[in-house]
Design a protein around this ligand. Structure first.
Ligand code: PGA
Length: 240
């Protein structure tokens, strides 16, 4: 395992992560990124928009991590349109692959998987669900779970409702844990006191399906980037 833990003050977190990502894009302009939506990355995307110049993203590719099925495209919780609003429309990468949530779900999952598999993912940014999910790899997922259509736990449905969904979605499409673990590098983004307990379980509890995020510890280059409130229950915060 090669886990590095970076902790920032809450009010510096978004700018610090954005600076690291900008630096990476300058060094590797053709980066293939997998990106999530949600409350965690929203301030990061705002900081990235502030820090981007006209060319920074012009050779980069972005693949969306997951999305809900059954919401209208203009629903505030729809992942593809949300990522476009918060980031893509501003920074204009060479390519953006959303999840085709209007198509036949199994076909859309296969298409999403093919996009990630064929070009590979260089850097995957992930949020951490309150229930320990990664993408929409809900509890009971394993490290081998494929990209697929998933049933959402009640807690994940409530999260979607919190994003302003007109009705709580019951299904989604997610890149599978197995595909995510193939990414060359992973940054797990975790902010806020409400994530402190699940972050401690993910990093310091047993590696098990009830907290799918715990499987990320198998990855060879995992960087956990937390703010102080999210990190405060970790026993070991020695920087590595
Ligand atoms: P959040 O969601 O960033 O909105 O907290 C993370 C998740 O549920 O995966």
């Amino acid at each position: 395992m090669s886990l590095s833990l970076v902790i920032h003050a809450a009010d510096e977190w978004a700018d610090a992560v954005a600076s690291d990502l900008v630096e990476r894009l300058r060094a590797e302009p053709r980066l293939r990124l997998c990106l999530p939506t949600g409350e965690t990355p929203a301030p990061l995307y705002a900081a990235l928009v502030r820090q981007a110049d006209a060319y920074l993203w012009s050779q980069a590719t972005v693949v969306l991590l997951d999305d809900y099925i059954g919401l209208l495209a203009d629903d505030p919780a729809s992942g593809g349109p949300r990522l476009r609003r918060e980031l893509i429309d501003h920074v204009r990468p060479a390519a953006f692959h959303a999840v085709n949530v209007d198509g036949e779900p199994d076909v859309a999952a296969r298409e999403l998987d093919a996009v990630a598999a064929e070009g590979g993912l260089d850097l995957t940014l992930l949020g951490l669900g309150l229930n320990g999910h990664i993408g929409l790899n809900e509890p009971a997922s394993t490290a081998e779970s494929p990209t697929r259509v998933v049933e959402l736990e009640a807690r994940s449905q409530a999260v979607a409702a919190g994003y302003g969904a007109s009705h709580a979605p019951t299904q989604g499409i997610t890149l599978g844990m197995s595909r995510l673990l193939e990414s060359r590098e992973i940054w797990l983004l975790v902010t806020g006191e409400r994530k402190a307990e699940i972050l401690a379980r993910a990093l310091e509890g047993p590696e098990a399906s009830d907290v799918p995020a715990s499987f990320l510890r198998r990855h060879r280059t995992l960087r956990v980037i937390a703010d102080e409130p999210a990190a405060h229950l970790l026993r070991d915060t020695t920087p590595v």
